[in-house]
Design a protein around this ligand. Structure first.
Ligand code: NAD
Length: 299
């Protein structure tokens, strides 16, 4: 979709991090932006920021893990600005725990937001894009959708599913000659609030047990991270600026680019995994994503 000017975009998880940066960037392209998020105060702040820069936006509180809420988002978009042209299914949460330990509520929460949020977003908005013969869908996956680091079972599962879903969607849009483009965004490490995902865990997905932290470093077999949660939080701050990801997303929409990896950090690990698959080799112990993050810092 070459020309964005005057068209309508919806961005879920738009109040923070990558979604916020993309909402700002699309508004700067003169799109009318529906910013959707579960968290009201930062949502209001993002809309105010767009408006003060001369852009047009509306904020809609939406829980992407709830179909009624996503369908209401579609209705509100139509009411405010008309049918959507660009839809970014981006809202996501992360947590760390090994598969043997993670509780069922955490599984449900992670899959409900990261996977069902994408499915609901596509279900709600795709029919109108197909009918008009134009549009673009961006689904936020992750390099974790191509890798299998320990201590991230629920997150990895959700992101692998988003990759498979997005590839299938892209093939179907091509096969049907629909004119609808698809981007599968696979960020590496980006300096966002993802480390504080628990802030948005809905009551229905809470277990009386301990919160999930991004403490995947616990599985690093002695890798010296000290207090893993705060060490990882410190590492996140030094990662890529979300504004750089937003520039890449805008470009991917304009050039109809399917794979969008924000950097080449994990390429070697992905290649190693693919080689194992091709050779039908049982994987040996691989580098952990957190170790990769420690090596790299800002890229
Ligand atoms: N930051 C990274 O390094 C990184 C890497 C790979 C992939 N990602 C993915 O990028 C996406 C955006 O995450 P981020 O890093 O910007 O984190 P973030 O926490 O800064 O932003 C996520 C946004 O999603 C919202 N959200 C959470 N649950 C929601 C729900 N049920 N309904 C609606 N909104 C909800 C949050 O309120 C928040 O505004 C996620 O899908 C994440 O998995 C991030």
């Amino acid at each position: 979709m070459e020309h964005l000017n005057g068209k309508v975009a919806v961005v879920t998880g738009g109040a923070s991090g990558i979604g916020r940066a993309v909402a700002l960037a699309l508004a700067a392209e003169s799109m009318k932006v529906v910013v959707a998020d579960i968290e009201q105060p930062p949502l209001d702040a993002t809309v105010a920021e767009i408006e003060s820069a001369g852009g047009v936006a509306v904020g809609v509180v939406c829980d992407v893990s709830d179909w009624e809420s996503v369908d209401a988002l579609r209705a509100r978009c139509t009411e405010e600005f008309g049918l959507a042209d660009v839809v970014m299914n981006n809202a996501g949460v992360a947590g760390g725990a090994s598969i043997s330990e993670v509780d069922l509520k955490a599984w449900e929460w992670t899959l409900a937001v990261n996977l069902w949020g994408v499915i609901y977003g596509v279900k709600a908005f795709l029919p109108a894009l197909i009918e008009r013969g134009e549009g673009h869908v961006i689904n936020t996956a992750s390099i974790a959708g191509h890798l299998t680091s320990t201590g991230m079972g629920a997150y990895n599962t959700s992101k692998h599913a988003v990759v498979g879903f997005s590839e299938t969607l892209q093939q179907e849009m091509l096969e049907g000659d629909t004119g609808v483009g698809v981007t599968c965004l696979c960020p590496g490490f980006v300096a966002t609030n993802i480390i504080n995902s628990e802030r948005n865990r809905q009551e229905r997905y809470r277990d009386p047990g301990p919160d999930l932290d991004l403490d995947a470093g616990d599985d690093l077999d002695g890798t010296a991270l000290g207090d893993t949660s705060s060490a990882i939080a410190d590492l996140y701050v030094a990662q890529m600026d979300p504004a750089r990801v937003a520039e890449q997303v805008v470009d991917a929409i304009k050039t109809n680019q399917f794979w969008l990896f924000t950097d080449s950090l994990a390429d070697g690990m992905i290649r190693e995994r693919h080689a194992d698959i091709e050779r039908r080799a049982t994987p040996t112990k691989r580098t952990h994503l957190v170790e990769l993050m420690m090596l790299k810092g800002d890229s």
